[in-house]
Design a protein around this ligand. Structure first.
Ligand code: HPA
Length: 268
């Protein structure tokens, strides 16, 4: 495994003329537009990268964008690998391993999720303060001791300093933020009403199908993480959302997320 990760990282270094990103970004569902905000120097389709998982979904596009945001070098994943697509957890998290070898020192993640906290509204941005993992743990198997410990600590999983910075930026930019615990399930089904109630009872604020494996692997390697979730539906509400309104809210939220990510990268 480690050899494959090293080989892929070496190939990318050659392909990008030794571009050394400081920040890794994972763009979630509906948030890929942030890719356009990157002053790109190089983009690589996942399909062209040796060792990268091969997409099983027809028409599923994904690429790595190398470039700068606010003058800082970043690498962004436009599209991620989900467990529900049939990938192994080692494949879902492979890009994070590679980004670490390329030199990233921070990981920013984003996703879409269903709100369970009843004070959340569609279109809200939730800063992820912690998570509950209901998927298979991506670290099951032989430990890659060169990259991290057998029993990684999961305190401060989402970096408190980065959360504080996000709060200060949001106040300044008049962006409304929610804060909460992200519950990561396998999907692909959305939750039943009973499951949303269960997620709430165990301390969750939002439900999703990604992010947790990537953050676990990043924390295994000691990378500070910052995560934001766009609330696209409210799991415990009986209301059927107006689709156009949901889309409008989603766009607004994506704009706020872009502002937040840009300012945070500038101020790192
Ligand atoms: N549950 C799980 N994943 C999701 C949801 C949800 O309600 N909304 C968006 N992604």
């Amino acid at each position: 495994m480690l050899e494959e990760i090293k080989k892929t990282a070496a190939w990318i270094r050659t392909a990008t003329n030794d571009f050394a990103p400081e920040v890794g970004i994972i763009l979630g569902t509906g948030l890929g537009d942030f890719g356009e905000k990157i002053e790109a120097v190089c983009t690589l389709d996942y399909a062209s990268i040796p060792g990268f998982p091969v997409s099983t979904v027809e028409g599923h596009k994904g690429r790595l964008i190398f470039g700068t945001v606010e003058g800082r070098k970043v690498v962004a994943m436009q599209g991620r690998f989900h467990y529900y697509e049939g990938y192994k957890m080692t494949q879902v998290t492979f890009p994070v391993r590679v980004m670490k070898l390329l030199g990233i020192r921070r990981l920013f993640v984003s996703n879409a999720s269903g709100g369970i906290n009843t004070s959340f509204r569609v279109g809200d941005l939730m800063v992820i303060t912690d998570h509950i993992n209901l998927m298979p743990n991506p670290l099951i198997g032989p430990n890659l001791a060169e990259l991290g410990p057998r029993f990684p600590d999961m305190h401060n999983c989402y970096d408190k300093g980065l959360i504080e910075r996000a709060t200060a930026i949001a106040e300044r930019e008049h962006i409304k933020l929610q804060y909460g615990v992200y519950v990561g399930g396998t999907g692909p089904t959305f939750e039943t009403q009973a499951e949303y109630r269960y997620f709430k009872a165990i301390g969750g604020d939002a439900a999703g199908m990604s992010t947790v494996p990537e953050v676990i692997v990043a924390r295994h390697m000691g990378i500070p993480c910052f995560g934001v979730s766009v609330i696209t539906n409210c799991g415990l509400s009986d209301e059927v959302g107006d689709h156009e309104d949901v889309q409008r809210q989603g766009r607004k939220a994506a704009g706020n997320m872009e502002t937040l990510f840009k300012a945070m990268i500038r101020e790192l």
